[in-house]
Design a protein around this ligand. Sequence first.
Ligand code: FAD
Ligand code: NAP
Length: 340
Amino acid sequence: MSLYLPFFNLQNYNTLASPVVAQFFVSVKTETELLDAIQFAREQQLPLLVLGGGSNVVLRDDFPGLALHIHLLGKKLVSEDENFFYVKAAAGENWHEFVQYCLDYHYWGLENLSLIPGSVGAAPIQNIGAYGVELQDVFSELTAIDVQSGLSVTFTKDSCQFNYRDSVFKDALKDKYIITSVTFQLHKKEELKLQYPALQNSLAQYSPIEISPTLVSDVVCEIRRRKLPDPQKIPNVGSFFKNPVISEIKLLSLQQLYPTIVFYPLANRQVKLAAGWLIDCAGWKGYSDGGVAVHSEQALVLTNPNKRKGDVILALAQKIEESVFNLFGVHLELEPRVYP
Ligand code: FAD
Ligand code: NAP
């Protein structure tokens, strides 16, 4: 039987540490408790705020609904074939602990995604990615509860419609499903992905024979600890904006004005711009005002040292968006989800 706690401060449930109050809060450990919580919200006509680790949400202000913390636990090998292990993890498992578990059992493929905060269940929502690997590269299937019917549904890779930091759960099926487990297809043989420049630089000191998935994971953790603020110490949600995608033609005109603009070619004559570079170039790196700041190592990360509510951070984000648009004519899109 779950406890529905009224007037619950969510400060410890979001990595921006915003002190907003939810009308009700519940943490569910089983699918039965999850179904009860959905029923409770329906009966009380409360909107739902589904939370894993709270590392990709901006809580603008108090939430007039039920904050539903997913704490479903468990992970196991479910099957294998000639080339792959199929490993299933419940949605509430901590992502990095799951990566470490897979490394311990020699289920390869998650090493580049080490140390990303948050839960397994949130990983498909934005198709998490880092250092040249995305969740979709190792994804097999997921199960989710349909919020309307309460039925459990299986989603294949195709039905998730993964894209760059995107999936069907952010678009057409937004708020329609609660993910309960994810199954990963992990390599039996080491398949290292080392093309990402920062990774290559750090691995240059090792001989090829020394480079293993565990070493790659260690190196990724080391780079991340050096470059990114630890949310436990300096509240943040990682990248605040997505890297914008523009046409090659638009890039050519920008290059006339900004010859050093950082970009990466994509398919269909499009390019991805490094949003951090745009924000830095607009003069925001290291800026601080009203208790919120732009990180001095990576301008894409906004920090909340004074633990303000999300509205204050969003006000800074809006100023940054406007100045980047005025300089480059490029729209920055928020990466984290804003509530309410
Ligand atoms: P939450 O913030 O709790 O939720 C995010 C969204 O998913 C919300 O809309 C929520 O309602 C929904 N959601 C959560 N769980 C479920 C579920 N079980 N079913 C349905 N909906 C659900 N992201 C990257 O992609 N790559 C990175 O390298 C990366 N680095 C980061 C570094 C730092 C320091 C920080 C703070 C964040 C970083 N992130 C990165 C962003 C974030 O860690 C990921 O998006 C992560 O997957 C969010 O997990 P979470 O459990 O904290 O999600
Ligand atoms: P970085 O190495 O300084 O690179 C800056 C940006 O350039 C990144 O956003 C990255 O895009 C892009 N990039 C670099 N090399 C690339 C290549 N060879 N091909 C395509 N794109 C390339 O980035 P960082 O801030 O230190 O982050 C390192 C990795 O961790 C990145 O993959 C980043 O996405 C991830 N990360 C994500 C978050 C988040 O909250 N989403 C937070 C921290 C770190 P990509 O972002 O597409 O990789």
